[in-house]
Design a protein around this ligand. Structure first.
Ligand code: SF4
Length: 78
């Protein structure tokens, strides 16, 4: 069972120098990021992709998801 990361969890990970991806509200729910990086991205019921809680996001193809996003909604910085 995966969980969507909370703002507080993002803050804690970033304080520990863990790079955490962010999806902004320009997401058009195309699901490309979920197809490329299913361990990190999840589509919610509000037409947005969200980031799941993990210890780190290395080796999860996040850079490929960033490159594939048609609206540049994903970044490593909120
Ligand atoms: S690839 Fe971009 S637009 Fe498509 S679901 Fe992911 S964040 Fe949203």
């Amino acid at each position: 069972m995966t969980a969507i990361i909370s703002e507080e969890q993002v803050k804690k990970l970033r304080e520990a120098n863990v790079a955490v991806p962010d999806v902004n509200e320009t997401c058009i729910w195309c699901s490309a990021c979920v197809a490329i990086s299913p361990d990190v991205f999840e589509l919610n019921d509000e037409w947005l992709s969200e980031v799941t809680l993990r210890d780190n996001y290395e080796g999860c193809d996040v850079d490929d998801a960033i490159a594939a996003c048609p609206v540049d909604a994903i970044s490593w910085n909120a």
